[in-house]
Design a protein around this ligand. Sequence first.
Ligand SMILES: Cc1cc2nc3c(=O)[nH]c(=O)nc-3n(C[C@H](O)[C@H](O)[C@H](O)COP(=O)(O)OP(=O)(O)OC[C@H]3O[C@@H](n4cnc5c(N)ncnc54)[C@H](O)[C@@H]3O)c2cc1C
Length: 146
Amino acid sequence: MSYIEPKNGSTIEIGGLTKYMRLINSPLLQAEAPLLVQAADLVGQCRPAIAARLGGNIANASPAGDILPPLLALNASVTLVSTTGERTLPLPDLLQGPGKTALAPHEVIHHISLIACRPTPNPYSQIGQSPRHGHRRGERGGVIAA
Ligand SMILES: Cc1cc2nc3c(=O)[nH]c(=O)nc-3n(C[C@H](O)[C@H](O)[C@H](O)COP(=O)(O)OP(=O)(O)OC[C@H]3O[C@@H](n4cnc5c(N)ncnc54)[C@H](O)[C@@H]3O)c2cc1C
């Protein structure tokens, strides 16, 4: 469950246990989903990216989760597995509110699928501000999440 793979040309699949460091260093994501790399880098600045995983960030469903806005922008869907099978939900359907998800107790996030997107230029530069608000870098909250 730790992998980043292209699927069907325009889709990228990321395993639920993929660590942020791997997202940050992925040439595929750097080229096709740089927004996700930027968000992963923000998480890595606050907590060692060596430990944090994509599935854990999604399952937390934190309003301040840095990885959620870019995943939503990239039309991400989440595939859940359990002993009884699997199902795939659009990310907006998985996220039920702050700290709440549609995950059943016996389900885990197996992988995330997103649409490859090579934005030009950086969308944050178009609105002329940093993707985070705050006086100090380490205390800033995500603009979209806030
Ligand atoms: C000091 C500190 C700073 C942080 N700063 C940020 C930040 O700036 N931005 C940000 O977005 N987050 C931040 N976080 C939150 C956290 O680092 C991330 O949410 C991280 O991605 C969680 O991943 P994890 O692998 O550590 O998950 P865990 O902490 O191990 O798990 C989190 C929850 O998700 C569940 N879970 C984990 N993996 C799965 C899975 N595959 N399927 C189903 N459920 C699963 C666990 O059971 C648990 O309930 C911070 C945390 C700390 C402690």
